[in-house]
Design a protein around this ligand. Structure first.
Ligand code: TXA
Ligand code: MG
Length: 316
């Protein structure tokens, strides 16, 4: 059982993926790299396996999970795709976009996954380890970020083990995650309305313009249907001050662009690099001997919006 044995560290090679698939088929838990953050995977069709995700994370049971698929065909067995949803998936998958769509009544899914909602969150990740694993396991995988509830999301296997060692069966070590921030979450409603439930690597305004007329409603803060998006989230466990130009003496300073610090998110002012480094930097700040953290201003544009969203939650 996961709570008695040590967590196995697996490689992304064929033997590692085969071992991980075996654990998952048996109803176990495996942390898996994706291009966004590491996910904590269980087979999505098993109540018992999915219940273990909630137990290992200490996650409230009203918070629904994202189901990961290896193809659009597999996704269509689980949710109803409008023509517009289909063209969004064709454009953006595999990638860092999660689609929230009406769940099919006959979908073979553990009931905890949707937590009673009439919708399902779906994503086809762009990481060979995750896609190979879904194919080899032979069923879609439910996977939240692989951290204890409210802790910082993991972008390395070591981050995963910091909070979940001994609580999960295995972690596949695929090195650092390329994007470093959780996927953008887009709900496409029955009436065709688009709602941004979580900002992320994919710019939903630009996506909307390229697909159809209309706007994207910002539902990220306090939306009833994104219960995981509570304001306090992604916590480094100490006070964090935003938009700081100069650190106080007891602050660990996180720099950006011209503003230097103990660590810089990106000293050349590259937002993509800053996103990739955000969580590992917060992990380092959390571990430092200084009791408080300060962060330089991050431009509110492109993926900078998602970085600021996570920083505001970390500061709350
Ligand atoms: O990049 C990601 O999305 C990562 C990787 C592993 O795929 N996953 C991730 O999962 O960030 P998690 O559980 O940490 O965040 C998923 C968010 C939660 O805030 C949850 O409330 C929301 O998605 N969610 C899941 N199903 C939903 C639904 N049917 N309607 C609205 N929000 C939903
Ligand atoms: Mg999470």
């Amino acid at each position: 059982m996961a709570d008695k044995n040590a967590t196995e560290r697996l490689s992304t090679n064929a033997a590692g993926i085969a071992r991980a698939a075996e654990i998952l088929r048996d109803g176990g838990l495996v942390a898996v790299p994706t291009e966004t953050v590491y996910g904590l995977a269980a087979r999505a069709d098993s109540d018992r396996a999915v219940a273990k995700i909630y137990a290992a994370k200490g996650r409230p049971s009203f918070n629904p999970l994202i189901v990961h698929v290896a193809s659009v065909t597999q996704a269509k067995e689980l949710a109803d795709f409008s023509a517009e949803a289909e063209s969004v998936a064709a454009r953006m998958w595999p990638g860092a976009l999660t689609l929230v769509l009406p769940v099919k009544s006959d979908a073979a899914l553990a009931s905890a996954i949707t937590a009673g909602l009439p919708t399902l969150a779906l994503r086809m990740p762009d990481h060979p380890a995750m896609r190979d694993l879904i194919e080899m396991t032979g069923c879609p995988l439910a996977a939240p970020s692989a951290n204890r509830s409210n802790a910082i999301s993991p972008t390395t296997a070591d981050h995963v083990l910091e909070t979940l060692d001994g609580r999960i069966d295995a972690v596949i070590d695929g090195g650092k995650c390329q994007k470093g921030l959780e996927s953008s979450i887009l709900a496409i409603r029955h009436d065709g309305r688009w709602e941004e439930l979580r900002p992320g690597p994919v710019d939903l305004d630009a996506l909307r313009r390229s697909v159809s007329d209309g706007e994207v409603v910002d539902a990220a803060m306090g939306a009833i249907e994104a219960p995981g998006q509570q304001i306090r989230h992604y916590s480094p466990g100490k006070p964090l001050r935003l938009n700081a130009a100069v650190p106080e003496e007891d602050e660990f300073m996180i720099g950006y662009g011209n503003i230097s610090g103990d660590i810089a998110l990106s000293d050349r002012g590259d937002l993509g690099e800053a996103a990739m480094r955000l969580y590992s930097t917060l992990h380092a700040a959390a571990k430092s001997d200084r009791p408080r953290i300060a962060v330089a201003p991050i431009p509110e544009q492109g993926i900078g919006k998602a970085i600021n969203d996570r920083l505001r939650r970390a500061a709350a």
